[in-house]
Design a protein around this ligand. Structure first.
Ligand SMILES: [Zn+2]
Length: 178
């Protein structure tokens, strides 16, 4: 059961890492976060399989299918690092979901500013503002949600994986939409 939860957390980290690549690269250019990723050289939109974190890079062997322009190793590395950070902090903090969620928010901030720093040598103020402006109100809200989720999981007794994953997912979504 542990392996199932750990793989789930790791995959969630990979997906978030892929999103943080997009945020860190597009925000400094004032680009929308909504458009689909494309090759920076020939502008070809990436297909669904190519968008899968890490796997997409391996399938393409690090080159654009169309123009053979090399794809930076930074993309899969950022995805892997995020996946590992999500997983390692979960292994250490799984007994304390409040701290885990706060750490995940903090890791997210660090990864996004690392991406911007790697690509443009800048740390966009807007990213810091979004995180810190919200952190005061968010802290209270996150703690409340996490406590509720903990109470629910405790009332079931032993942690039920399926329910736990559902709670976890809802919490992540709420943290990100707040
Ligand atoms: Zn291309």
């Amino acid at each position: 059961m542990n392996i199932l939860i750990y793989s789930y957390i790791f995959m969630l980290g990979l997906i978030f890492g892929s999103f943080f690549n997009v945020v860190g690269i597009r925000i400094p250019n004032k680009e929308s976060l909504l458009g689909r990723s494309h090759c920076p050289s020939c502008n070809r939109q990436l297909g669904a399989v190519e968008l899968i974190p890490v796997i997409g890079y391996l399938i393409l062997k690090g080159k654009c299918k169309e123009c053979k322009h090399p794809i930076s190793i930074k993309y899969p590395l950022i995805e892997l690092i995020t996946g590992l950070l999500f997983l390692v902090s979960f292994v250490f903090l799984r007994e304390n979901m409040v701290e885990y969620i706060l750490i995940v928010v903090f890791i997210s901030l660090l990864v996004i500013i690392t991406v911007s720093d790697l690509y443009y040598q800048i740390i966009p103020d807007i990213i810091l503002l979004v995180f810190f402006h919200q952190s005061r109100m968010q802290k209270l809200a996150i703690i409340k949600i996490a406590l509720k989720a903990l109470m629910l999981t405790n009332s079931i007794g032993d942690i039920d994986t399926e329910q736990w994953i559902q709670h976890h997912h809802i919490m992540m979504l709420m943290v990100w939409t707040m």
